[in-house]
Design a protein around this ligand. Structure first.
Ligand code: SAM
Ligand code: SF4
Length: 334
């Protein structure tokens, strides 16, 4: 493959081979810890990268060693013909893995086409199996369609399907066990994600985070103590635990109680073409202007290298003076 010098290693020695691409900031539901209920300000359509622009960027990043992609948003499935993008990205030399994070509402219709286009892995966002609570959290009555989407995805034969469940204290405690049971029954790994300070309304507070240890306790009371699974890939963000009867595992994205920054291997491209070295970064680089302004591949490559070189050691959610990023989750790409 065409390769361009040293791989993307930052000043702390971390290798970056993982790119998360947000394909839209729009969404068809309104999770309260991500979006405001109404009057959401979306980026004008003309400012969103085209499939061709995304493809070119990924092609250039691949020459620097980027091998793993995750498509996200906003809700990526509201972007028309997403399978066409997946197919073109899967054909890029050096890209070994493509995954998607979705809320699942539109998945039933698209799962098969996405799988055929080369998508290997799915994360479907689902916090509760109770219809009323789903409505309260997302402000939309779409639980039924998400469950249909999961079933369609299972039939389509993805390599892995995981469920992302945001863990909020005082809200989702009673969902932890039913979700775990549901995951064990259908072969989906549940990933509990500690509530992060990325909501559009500034609702986050340390006291509202349902911590990994709290969930482990709840699961332990129901299933018996879970055992940590030794991690074959230390750069994977999730900490995994096995049920004592050996039937399945759960994962935790414990960004608040156990940040994984020391092993971070990711960079992120926002839907409007800005490159970020961290979900929580306070700065970002405008790549869209380069893509649209006639910049050559080497200039874009150099911008990617510079972004990685500027990467900080990690976010400081734990610190009292923590400053959240200027964009909420849906506008960055979770
Ligand atoms: N719309 C898709 C979805 O919901 O999966 C993809 C984008 S969404 C921003 C990506 C993931 O971010 C979601 O799966 C959800 O679990 C997570 N998320 C959103 N807001 C969050 C928050 N404030 N704290 C922790 N996780 C959050
Ligand atoms: Fe939409 Fe995903 Fe944000 Fe929920 S978390 S509002 S599904 S982008």
């Amino acid at each position: 493959m065409e390769s361009h010098g040293t791989p993307l290693i930052d000043s702390f020695g971390r290798l970056h081979d993982n790119l998360r691409v947000s394909v839209t900031d729009r969404c068809n539901i309104r999770c309260y810890y991500c979006m405001p209920e109404r009057d959401v300000e979306f980026v004008p359509r003309a400012e969103i990268l085209t499939f061709e622009e995304i493809e070119r960027f990924v092609r250039i990043a691949a020459t620097l060693g980027v091998a793993k992609l995750r498509l996200t948003g906003g809700e990526p499935l509201v972007r028309r013909d997403l399978d066409r993008l997946v197919r073109s990205l899967a054909a890029i030399e050096g890209i070994r893995d493509i995954a998607l994070t979705t809320n699942g509402v539109l998945l039933a219709d698209q799962a098969e086409a996405l799988r055929r286009a080369g998508l290997r892995r799915l994360n479907v966002h689902l916090d509760t199996l109770e219809r009323d609570k789903f409505l309260r959290i997302t402000r939309r009555d779409e639980l039924g369609r998400v469950l249909e989407g999961l079933e369609a995805a299972r039939r389509a034969g993805f390599d892995s399907i995981k469920i992302n469940a945001v863990a909020v204290k005082g809200l989702t405690e009673s969902d932890a066990v039913p979700l775990a049971r549901f995951g064990r029954q259908h072969g989906f790994q549940i990933r509990y994600i500690e509530f992060m300070p990325l909501d559009a309304q500034g609702l986050w507070d340390r006291s509202r985070v349902l911590l990994m240890e709290d969930i482990l306790r709840l699961l332990g009371e129901e299933f018996g103590p879970l055992e940590p699974v030794p991690d074959p890939d230390p750069r994977a963000p999730a900490l995994e635990y096995r049920f004592p009867d050996g039937q399945g595992t759960v994962g935790f994205i414990a960004s608040v109680s156990r940040p994984f920054c020391l092993n971070c291997n990711r960079i992120r491209l926002t839907a409007d073409g800005h490159l970020r070295y961290c979900l929580f970064a306070l700065e970002e680089t405008d790549v869209k202007s380069l893509l649209r302004g006639g910049a050559g591949d080497e200039e874009i490559r150099e911008t990617i290298r510079r972004t990685v070189a500027a990467k900080w050691l990690g976010h400081e959610i734990q610190r009292a003076g923590f400053v959240p990023p200027p964009r909420p989750m849906y506008a960055i790409g979770g």
